[in-house]
Design a protein around this ligand. Structure first.
Ligand code: NAP
Length: 335
């Protein structure tokens, strides 16, 4: 059936003079969307830190404006030129170039290559899939790689930094569901009850993971870690890790720097695992989605979500850049 609708609403970012960027919900033309085999009517999108960077003009994420951010979208196929998808299919699109240099999911419609599209896993709703989103996939890839390297709940607790954030919240929930003790580190210690409800065993102030001693190794206090912060937090996680433990690095909210010695690696055999959810292969990505829908399914996902409209998004982007966001922020397009 041919599309009747020719325009749609999207949060557009416009570059103005002297490095200023303006955010505005605008009317866009479906015909102006990028080329691709699958047109998706987005029902839900999710806000990620990368979107906040794109929306504020970070050229490391988005080179050219005007632009529509949104690296996570879920909805219903409106048109498909690919045999794997048909009109009416419920699908998820995350990662690859969506929302970076390709117009993203802070919009009622996206058009993408079929190779970026994942059928909605059995047992998940569209909104739940966005509560998980890139944050859940990233935390899931972290645990997947750690377990491939020998991590097991019997080996001891896993530390999570930036624990109340999107990736952090999902990491706490997934690790707890998978049977791990979790040390949740946060700048918002008033959120102890939130983190414990997600499954954290212990909640610590983020300074606990910010060792000032300058020592190369510390008494081991965790058997592995999922780090969203970088800088001295990641260095501390490496030097305080049990022998043969695994530390996965996915974020840089503290800073992208890392100042460490090689001693955690060559004296303790600690593994530093890099996580890039955007380029993680589709075959393994589907494995992670299936785990997230089943054995790693975080109970009470709705409790970590704040649902907002497209018009409220700019306020939440500001809050995210200030580190004030808790859990996952979901954009409901019909709200
Ligand atoms: N590699 C990948 O594939 C991938 C995928 C997704 C995200 N990421 C990265 O992961 C990081 C987290 O993303 P997100 O979407 O979860 O962001 P988010 O929801 O904004 O969460 C970040 C959390 O980090 C903590 N934090 C903020 N500023 C901090 C600072 N200066 N020092 C220490 N902690 C700070 C805060 O938690 P507390 O108050 O609880 O400490 C905050 O809620 C970002 O760097 C993002 O780019 C990477």
């Amino acid at each position: 059936m041919p599309m009747k609708q020719s325009t749609f609403r999207a949060l557009r970012i416009y570059e103005e003079d002297q490095g200023h960027f303006r955010q505005q919900v605008s009317e866009c033309q479906i015909n102006d969307l990028p080329r691709g085999e699958v047109l998706v009517n987005v029902h839900y999108a999710a806000l990620n830190y990368k979107d906040a960077l794109s929306a504020s003009g970070n050229k490391g994420v988005t080179r050219q404006y005007p632009h529509t951010p949104g690296i996570d979208g879920a909805g219903v196929v409106a048109e498909s030129q690919h045999p794997d998808f048909k009109e009416g299919d419920q699908v998820i699109v995350t990662s690859y170039d969506l929302g970076m240099n390709t117009n993203g999911a802070f919009a009622e419609y996206i058009r993408v290559p079929a190779s970026w599209v994942v059928p909605l896993p059995h047992g998940l709703g569209l909104k739940e899939s966005m509560i998980i989103g890139t944050a859940g996939i990233t935390a899931g890839i972290g645990l997947y790689k750690m377990e491939k390297a020998g991590q097991h709940p019997d080996r001891g607790p896993i530390a999570v930094s930036g624990a109340t954030g999107g990736v952090g919240s999902m990491a706490v929930g997934i690790l707890a569901k998978a049977g791990y003790e979790v040390i949740a580190s946060t700048g918002k210690t008033q959120e102890e009850a939130y983190l414990k409800a997600l499954g954290a065993t212990t909640v610590v102030d983020r300074e606990y993971l910010n060792d000032p001693s300058g020592r190369s190794l510390l008494k081991p206090l965790w058997a592995g870690a999922i780090d969203t912060v970088g800088d001295n937090t990641l260095a501390t996680l490496l030097k305080g890790c049990e022998p043969e433990g695994n530390v996965s690095s996915c974020g840089l909210v503290g800073s992208p720097r890392l100042n460490t010695t090689v001693f955690p690696f060559i004296i303790k055999g600690v593994n530093l695992l890099g996580i890039d959810s955007a380029t993680f292969p589709m075959s393994s990505r589907k494995v992670i989605w299936d785990k997230l829908a089943d054995e790693w399914r975080v109970p009470g996902l709705e409790k970590i979500a704040t649902t907002i409209s497209l018009d409220e998004l700019s306020t939440y982007i500001d809050r995210m850049l200030k580190g004030e966001v808790k859990g996952r922020t979901i954009v409901a397009m019909n709200q």
